[in-house]
Design a protein around this ligand. Structure first.
Ligand code: NAP
Length: 238
């Protein structure tokens, strides 16, 4: 199918995995609405940028409005915005709990509700949630991160739940569960340590996550899938 007319929304688009997804969708001929709290002004014809916190319902509404106003529809939503805060469980503060839930769950919830409402009108659509392999499904003694487990584990679960709820309405819902990926999220001096968290002995690259998103986007018979891109970490112990 030609992608010329397709419209994708990408959250958390200013750097890292989100920026990589935006670049690749634009290269494939999609029109893209990108949201982050800091977004550089861009003159690209097929790109509309919305500056704001995607966990806020009014920003989620604005992103959908911009997509409709500029491009007329919403085909694909990539829920990528997220935060990571590893620490021992008893050291999390109440405000850290609220902040992590807001971005990792609120950042998914409001925009997904509004995007699905639009997709239902047209009878088609696709959502890809960027979750986490290691911290949500293969917890590591060396890297405690319970708030990531709560939030990303919840997103894995709701991916399957929404896939079932909307399978017969033309809307697919999938997830990509990355291992540790070389993005600005991780200081360079931690990369050696992070490499040891995968059986393959290296960290992942942004393009490897982008490729997984693109596979799911084109995989018309795949829904409810949590695609692990994690150097084998999800397969077991090593
Ligand atoms: N890198 C990894 O090893 C790894 C592993 C597993 C899962 N993931 C997941 O992959 C996703 C992307 O991670 P990354 O490594 O690319 O992270 P990153 O380099 O820290 O980038 C995060 C992006 O999200 C945006 N963002 C954060 N909070 C936001 C908010 N409230 N509203 C809108 N945008 C927001 C940031 O931009 P602004 O600061 O400008 O808002 C930035 O563009 C996250 O969901 C993360 O949990 C990453």
């Amino acid at each position: 199918m030609s992608t010329v007319e397709k419209v994708a929304i990408v959250t958390g688009a200013s750097q890292g995995i989100g920026a990589g997804i935006v670049r690749q969708f634009l290269a494939k001929g999609y029109r893209v609405v990108a949201c982050s709290r800091n977004v550089a002004t861009s003159s690209q014809l097929n790109l509309v940028e919305v500056t704001g916190d995607i966990s806020q319902p009014e920003i989620a509404s604005l992103v959908i409005e911009r997509a409709k106003e500029h491009f007329g529809r919403v085909d694909t939503l990539i829920n990528n915005a997220g935060a990571f805060l590893p620490k021992p469980f008893t050291e999390y503060t109440g405000s850290e709990f609220t902040a992590l839930l807001q971005v990792n769950l609120g950042g998914f919830f409001h925009i997904s509700q509004k995007a699905i409402t639009e997709m239902l009108r047209r009878g088609s659509g696709h959502i890809v949630n960027i979750t986490s392999s290691l911290l949500a499904e293969q917890p590591l003694k060396a890297l405690p991160a319970a708030l990531t487990a709560i939030t990303k584990g919840g997103i894995n679960t709701v991916t399957r739940s929404l896939a079932i709820e909307y399978a017969d309405k033309g809307i697919r819902v999938n997830a990509v569960a990355p291992g540790a990926i070389r993005t600005p999220m991780h200081a360079i001096n931690t990369h050696g340590f992070l490499a040891t968290m995968h059986p393959m002995g290296r960290i992942g690259e942004i393009q490897e996550i982008v490729d997984a998103v693109l596979y799911l986007e084109d995989a018309a018979f795949v829904t409810g899938e949590i695609l692990h891109v994690d150097g084998g970490a999800n397969a077991g112990h090593w």
